[in-house]
Write a new protein. Structure first.
Ligand code: IPM
Ligand code: MG
Length: 361
């Protein structure tokens, strides 16, 4: 069976890191013997420039027909002054909503050779391996009503924080399943001391726990969770939370690893199809210079193999190759020490891709 994959390079460094990761995907498909068919389309700022929309209908239609989407990044200064609903980011949010990608998996893993890059003391982050499961199609990001209106001669802005029971239950079950296959611990993050919507969240997550006796469930308020993440991050295994808290906590967790350029993500629908993208942004300041780190996009391809393409061996092989290139001393600028030792070799985007490919021979 041939699986369709849609490639959306997007903006900034996206068009540089995506081809490198596609080459890796083609290599593992060949080596592990699964058939893929690639197509590409426009999204984000580039799509605005060429079609007037950050998510042209053709792109969404192609994405809906694909088993997996590989996305580079969207956005850049050229589009910063557009109104909220016309910005490149809407392309991303439209894909999440249109494909019902409700489960966002954001691993924060510390790569041993990069331990020094963390802003925390290395003993606090050594061997760190956290997985944040963020609800991605609900909560305050999508709640209605929303807007800015004029009341009594002044403007009033408002959004709605809303979750239904089934939305909470399905993301909780994804997180419980993942926790059961990892360290067996799940921390649900809410603000149940203040917000009714998250009191419901806590109730529904607790009820789902009855079906997962092998997982130890805990609850934390989001302010405390933010503090605990920087105080003692290794206390966490899997964290499950809503859309906005997950947005914020996943950036904190990413920074703990000291290497935003290394982190992949997966956004999954109920049928296992998904969108895979690096956590880093479009980095317009280094775009077009062969400086970007392609490893987060390559690791996103590994997640694609594991979660959507049913090719766990390919996923393992890619992850092993990435560890090996780092252990061998290859570094793009973002993860290169200021005064590197003689065992470190600084490389560009394409060369880093070639290093990974060679290990996948
Ligand atoms: C992320 C980003 C997006 C979000 C933006 C670009 C809309 O911050 O994926 O975390 O807020 O979800
Ligand atoms: Mg974010």
């Amino acid at each position: 069976m041939t699986q369709r994959i849609l490639v959306l390079p997007g903006d900034g460094i996206g068009p540089e890191v995506v081809p490198v990761a596609v080459a890796v995907l083609e290599r593992v498909a060949d080596r592990f013997d699964f058939a893929i068919e690639l197509d590409s389309a426009l999204v984000g700022g580039k799509a605005i420039d060429e079609t007037g929309s950050p998510l042209p209908p053709e792109t969404l239609a192609k994405a809906a027909e694909s088993r997996a989407v590989l996305l580079g990044a969207v956005g850049g200064p050229a589009w910063d002054d557009l109104p909220t609903l016309e910005r490149p980011e809407r392309g991303l949010l439209g894909l999440r909503a249109g494909l019902e990608l409700f489960a966002n998996l954001r691993p924060a893993i510390l790569f041993e050779p990069l331990a020094e890059a963390s802003s925390l003391k290395s003993e606090l982050v050594a061997n760190l391996d956290i997985l944040i499961v963020r609800e991605l199609t609900g909560g305050i990001y999508f709640g209605e009503p929303r807007g800015v209106e004029v009341v009594d001669n002044e403007r009033r802005g408002f959004n709605t924080y809303v979750y239904t029971e089934h939305e909470i239950d399905r993301i909780a079950r994804v997180a419980f399943d993942l926790a059961a296959r990892r360290g067996g611990r799940l921390c649900s993050v809410d603000k149940a001391n203040v917000l009714e919507v998250t009191q419901l969240w806590r109730e529904v997550v607790s009820a789902a726990a009855n079906d997962y006796p092998q997982v130890e469930l805990g609850h934390m308020y989001v302010d405390n969770a933010a503090m605990q993440l920087v105080r003692e991050p290794k206390q966490f295994d899997v964290i499950v939370t809503g859309n906005m808290f997950g947005d914020i906590l996943s950036d904190v967790a990413a920074m703990l690893t000291g290497s935003l350029g290394m982190l992949p993500s997966a956004s999954l629908a109920a049928d296992g199809s998904g969108l895979f993208e690096p956590v880093h942004g479009s980095a317009p300041d280094i775009a077009g210079q062969d400086k970007a780190n392609p490893l987060a996009t390559i690791l996103s391809v590994a997640m694609m193999c594991r979660y959507s393409l049913d090719a766990p061996d390919a996923a393992d092989a890619i992850e092993t190759a990435v560890h090996q290139v780092l252990a061998a001393g290859f570094r793009t600028a973002d993860i290169c020490p200021v005064s590197p030792g003689s065992d470190i070799q600084r490389v560009g985007t394409e060369a880093m891709g070639r290093c990974v490919l060679e290990l996948l021979e």
